[in-house]
Design a protein around this ligand. Structure first.
Ligand code: R2B
Ligand code: URA
Length: 309
């Protein structure tokens, strides 16, 4: 059973506040954000987070710590160069760091993991009464017909059938949600990328899958039931549909953030070109430098927004 969401429900809240769409929340005396080890009774969330304007999320805790340290240096903040404290240290599920108005949080791999984190993060922003928050996923991906190391800004997150939709099972219904992202934000990011000429940046569709191996048409998993020809036919059809990279969180991210009125973007570096192979063969040094590329772009964007330049 398909229950489409009305398009009007996607319009962002005019006050700039985060829109939580759950009437039960108001009836709760306390909200425990279990996986973040934060709560409305145990923590003063408005004091801790009320001034946050940018939220950056990415898969790995180490990368998100490095991003927070990098942002501290980029924004010239006190404590730059020192270690940053994990705000969610009491939970070993996700890691969260702060750099001035920037929050940097890990989300793990795949839709279930990012989904749990986003429910709790969005409630956190709501309880903290944050306004005008921009949220960006910075991540890694497999490129499609693009050079390894290219950075893709997503204009549309699509599913494995190249459709701009995310299906969430709710009780025993399949609820279909739009995966629209903020077009102006994508363009603004592309404009910022022009000041960083040392790697290619492009706008394209991002395909989101439920798996890294069979789900992304790889021949090198523990299971594979298709030929190399079938794989290439699928990837070429994806390319023709406008897909330029493949990862594992963008549709859920776009759907949840869109419904809650957050301006959202997805910026991922391609670790390889999937039309050339499946295994990620670049050295650790090369991969580390690739992973810094979305961070450098987002730092330039945030600096520009804050009038640092
Ligand atoms: C990109 O990289 C991870 C898989 O290696 C996954 O989280 C993703 O979206
Ligand atoms: N992440 C993915 O999901 N796929 C790739 O090919 C590389 C990184």
């Amino acid at each position: 059973c398909l229950v489409p969401q009305p398009i009007s429900s996607l319009s962002p809240c005019r006050t700039g506040l985060v829109l939580v769409r759950n009437p039960h929340l108001d009836l709760m005396e306390e909200d425990i954000l279990y996986h973040l080890d934060l709560g409305t009774k145990t923590h003063n969330l408005p004091a801790m987070f009320g001034d946050i304007k940018f939220v950056c999320v990415g898969g790995s805790p180490n990368r998100m710590r490095a991003f927070a340290q990098f942002m501290r240096r980029e924004l010239g903040l006190a404590g730059a160069g020192e270690d940053v404290a994990d705000i969610c240290a009491g939970s070993d599920r996700y890691a969260m760091y702060r750099a001035g108005p920037v929050l940097s949080i890990s989300h793990g791999m795949g839709i279930p993991s990012i989904s749990i984190m986003l429910h709790e993060l969005i409630k956190l922003l709501h309880h903290a009464k944050c306004r005008d928050v921009t949220i960006i996923r910075i991540g890694t991906s497999g490129g499609l017909g693009i050079e390894a190391g290219s950075v893709v800004i997503t204009d549309m997150a699509v599913d494995s059938s190249f459709r701009p939709r995310f299906e969430q099972v709710v009780l025993d219904d399949v609820v279909v949600r739009s995966t629209e992202l903020d077009k102006d934000l994508a363009e603004e990011l592309l404009t910022c990328s022009r000041d960083i000429p040392d790697f290619p940046t492009l706008i394209g569709h991002t395909m989101c899958t439920y798996d890294f191996y069979e789900g992304q048409g790889r021949l090198d998993g523990a299971l594979c039931s298709f030929s190399s020809e079938k794989k290439l036919d699928y990837l070429r059809r994806a390319y023709e549909a406008g897909v330029r990279n493949i990862e594992m969180e963008s549709t859920a991210f776009a759907a949840l953030c869109g419904l809650c009125g957050l301006k959202a973007a997805v910026v991922c570096v391609a670790l390889l070109d999937r039309l050339q192979g499946d295994q990620i063969r670049a050295s650790h040094e090369v991969l580390w430098e690739y992973q810094q590329r979305p961070q450098r772009l987002i730092a330039a964007f945030i600096r520009k927004r804050l009038g640092c330049d």
